[in-house]
Design a binder for this molecule. Structure first.
Ligand code: TMP
Ligand code: MG
Length: 288
């Protein structure tokens, strides 16, 4: 049906079920579809030429807006990443540690009095990289008036700048993320609203009922993520009919493969491209 589903990076627990979901979504029509995607390591690359690509937080951490002393403290927080991807610990066990990670990181960033007017330059000078095929994904969704919700535990101001500079921040894109709160002089003084971390996207979704209410005529969801925490991003969708979950498994592939296969319909192993999501999107819109 979709040749890209035979790519070597593709793994599926139940290919038959994937076909059924896709057929059901095609039948319902692309005007009933919405896309919900994570940002870091899902829309952006995990690595390029063997080198890790930055997350929203890393873009700031590595920039010259951060003092050397603070960089040292931020480096110490890298010890939380192995916990994030540790398949031997339960989500319940990891959750308080993830809250601790985000809280400490945001406290450090706030101490740096980061200036709003310098964010565009920082993103410009960073190694941020959207996955290959991003332009087709964003442009095609826009052309077909399919809403794209980017739901990120990263930093909203940074991710918006990444997609703006890439020329794909179209009007059909909506972002739920952690936004910076600047004082009257344009210096960072806090983060706005409820913290979104890797394991509370469900709560974040339920806080934004208005968005999902507006999209109630679109009960068919294409979900893209790279973490098991991303699976709850669609929990606010009204009267869901079908959901197809595509998961990028970037790191610690062998250890985590089974848990990803158990929860994502399609798992993409070390695949740095959007080839498979794009093929599915084209299929859903009748390839035009
Ligand atoms: P996402 O929801 O867009 O994927 O963003 C969350 C990612 O951000 C998650 O994989 C961990 C990462 N992260 C950092 O790289 N540095 C940090 O300081 C924090 C708090 C998170
Ligand atoms: Mg992610």
């Amino acid at each position: 049906m979709i040749p890209e589903l035979s790519n070597p990076s593709v793994c599926m627990r139940d290919p038959q079920r994937v076909q059924e979901i896709l057929q059901s979504m095609v039948k319902a029509g692309s005007n009933t579809v919405q896309v919900i995607s994570d940002f870091d390591m899902t829309l952006t690359r995990f690595a390029y030429n063997g080198k890790r690509c930055p997350t929203c937080h890393n873009i700031l951490d590595n920039s010259n807006l951060i003092s050397n002393d603070c960089k040292i403290e931020l480096k110490e927080l890298l010890t939380y990443y192995p916990i994030e991807i540790d398949s031997s610990r339960s989500i319940e066990e990891k959750l308080p540690l993830m809250v601790e990670w985000w809280t400490k990181a945001h406290e450090l960033l706030v101490q740096q009095k980061i200036r709003k007017d310098l964010l565009a330059m920082v993103v410009q000078e960073s190694d941020a990289m959207l996955r290959e095929g991003y332009k087709l994904l964003f442009d095609h969704l826009y052309e077909h008036s399919i809403p794209l919700l980017i739901f990120s535990a990263g930093i909203g101001d940074i991710l918006e700048e990444v997609i703006r500079q890439a020329g794909v921040f179209h009007p059909n894109v909506k972002v739920f993320s952690n936004y910076m709160d600047f004082d009257e002089s344009g210096e960072l003084r806090a983060f706005k609203g409820e913290l979104i971390h890797i394991y509370n996207k469900r709560e974040g979704a339920l806080l934004n009922t208005g968005h999902f209410q507006e999209l109630r005529t679109r009960p068919n969801v294409l979900l893209l993520g790279d973490s098991l925490g991303d699976l709850t991003m669609a929990d606010g969708v009204h009267d869901m009919e079908n959901i197809l979950k595509i998961g990028f498994l970037n790191d610690k592939v062998e250890e985590r493969k089974q848990s990803y296969l158990d929860s994502y319909d399609i798992v993409l192993l070390k695949d740095e491209t959007l080839e498979v999501p794009n093929a599915i999107m084209l299929y859903l819109t009748g390839n035009n």
